[in-house]
Design a protein around this ligand. Structure first.
Ligand code: GLN
Length: 506
């Protein structure tokens, strides 16, 4: 691995500004690292030609004396759920075969306007439904960390390719989406920082929709400061998204050096789970001690409706998904499987184009929205969602942020939990409540389990108070001093034989 790939994003930006290396050199080092990490299957489409052109343009801007932001010339990875103009966009699904959007998502457009360099489109669970990356049509992603007996592990999901790219040091930052935990859970599994902003901060325009009232884009990076720099280049009001918040983005890193003296941190007593490994509880207690030692006041709080969050999410999200995915009918996008009649064509296309998990969600969603069940399931779930949001509102009258574990376990082996959807859904137990309430939240790598695998701590803040969220996250990062690394990539991973050939798409 080149030293350039081991820099933080902020250090790389400083190096570019000082002229220690060019964006082209930085990008070439990362393209080489992407090549070396092929066995992880983190990318669906590599876009090295685009990356080189963007890097060259950045170098030209710099030599022309333009004043450049911190992302200019920085190689990043983009989850393949963001539409990218002229570049294959698959959402990890067979049904979007060959779909090349004629438009750019607002978030990627913002990043490119800030000078970001796109290394490629990363692998994900199909339509972002999953917690392991196992549901991708393009095959599973391997976590750069290895399990006991050198077992291959999942990187988490759904943004598993993005998390693996940052943890494996073949991208300085990445973007993902988080509907119920899809940034925070893979960040925790891969030992990096992953953050979901307040619903409405990032435009959803041009992001393939999963559950529209929950979907939010957000950044991955290897430390908190880098995460603020990524987010700063992503957010802002967008008239093309009716749920985009009509407000200016703050300087997300403005509180990083303020410390947490006097900050009130809520510890919600409902965030424990039967059968949770004792290390997770121990790490949570350690987090409380760290923040207390740094001058924060940790206070017990109650979020009484927490236990309903997972069932509510698994009604609301599939309901919205079943409606959003109705558009994939063989007429307008991607795959078409012909049939004798129009109905036959719809059925054949959707039958062949969607994988098992997506089909399961469409069936659940259609069921909970159907006459006779709508009131009992969908309406009830929406009512309970309001109660969950109310719990947070009350807690935030007393505290500034909440501290919880990110996930109830460390990364598990590829193939595990595949025959038990409920076991898979339990991955999201700590991340889903903040999603239902639209709150900003972050996972910070904080320790290792007894098998040497990373574990994250999770902070949740008030709506649009990302500055305080990052401030508390920085205190955790400083105290944890997490510097463990995944095993070196190339030698220890074999390229999967079943790998689906790549579409260059550009
Ligand atoms: N794992 C959750 C699910 O399967 C969350 C996914 C996400 O946030 N996109 O729905």
């Amino acid at each position: 691995m080149s030293d350039l790939c081991d820099l933080s994003l902020a250090a790389a930006a400083a190096g570019l500004a000082k002229g220690d290396f060019t964006a082209t050199e930085l990008t070439q080092a990362h393209i080489k690292a992407v090549e070396g990490a092929k066995a992880l299957n983190a990318f669906i489409t590599e876009t090295s030609e685009i990356a080189q052109a963007q890097a060259q343009a950045s170098d030209e801007r710099r030599s022309a004396g333009k004043s450049l932001g911190p992302i200019d010339g920085i190689p990043i990875a983009v989850k393949d759920l963001f539409c990218t103009k002229g570049v294959l966009t698959t959402a990890g699904s067979h049904i979007l075969d060959g779909f090349t959007p004629p438009y750019e998502s607002t978030v990627t457009e913002n990043l490119f306007a800030a000078g970001a360099v796109m290394l490629g489109k990363t692998n994900l669970d199909e339509f972002a439904m999953g917690s392991s990356n196992m549901s991708s049509f393009y095959g599973p992603v391997k976590n750069p960390w290895k399990g006991k007996d050198s077992k291959d592990l999942v990187p988490g999901g759904s943004s598993g390719g993005s998390a693996a790219a940052v943890a494996g040091r073949f991208a300085l930052g990445a973007i993902g989406t988080d509907t119920g935990g899809s940034i925070r859970q893979p960040a925790s599994f891969c030992g990096i920082v992953g953050m979901k902003p307040t619903y409405g901060r990032c435009s959803r325009w041009g992001i393939v929709a999963f559950a529209s009232s929950l979907d939010q884009a957000g950044p991955f990076a290897r430390n908190v400061e880098d995460t603020t720099l990524m987010l700063g280049a992503m957010t802002g009001f967008d008239p093309k998204d009716s749920t985009s918040a009509p407000m200016d983005a703050p300087d997300y890193g403005s509180g990083l050096r303020d410390g947490v003296k006097g900050l009130k941190v809520g510890i919600p007593k409902e965030y424990t789970m039967d059968g949770m490994p004792p290390e997770i509880d121990a790490l949570w207690k350690q987090g409380i001690d760290w923040l207390t030692a740094a001058g924060a006041e940790c206070i017990d709080v109650s979020l009484p409706h927490t236990k309903y969050a997972l069932p509510v999410y698994y009604i609301v999200a599939p309901a919205e998904a079943s409606s959003n995915l109705a558009r994939y009918d063989g007429v307008r996008y991607g795959l078409r499987v012909n049939g004798d009649t129009l109905d036959d064509m719809y059925e054949a296309t959707r039958g062949e184009g969607f994988g098992d998990e997506v089909r399961r969600r469409v069936l659940i969603g259609t069921y909970v929205l159907s006459a006779g069940y709508y009131d009992a399931y969908y309406i009830k779930a929406q009512q309970v969602r309001t109660l969950i949001a109310g719990d947070f509102k009350q807690a935030f009258e007393k505290v500034d942020v909440l501290l919880t574990p990110t996930t109830p376990s460390a990364a598990f082996a590829i193939g595990e939990k595949m025959d038990d959807p409920v076991a898979m859904y339990l991955n999201d137990v700590f991340t889903v409540p903040a999603s239902l309430a639209g709150l900003p939240a972050i996972s910070v790598p904080a320790g290792l389990d007894k098998g040497g695998l990373p574990l994250g701590l999770h902070l949740i803040a008030k709506p649009f108070d990302e500055v305080t969220l990052f401030r508390a996250a920085q205190a955790l990062e400083d105290a944890a001093g997490f510097d463990a690394r995944p095993e070196l990539l190339s030698s220890s991973f074999e390229t999967p034989a079943s790998r689906v050939p790549q579409d260059e798409g550009n």
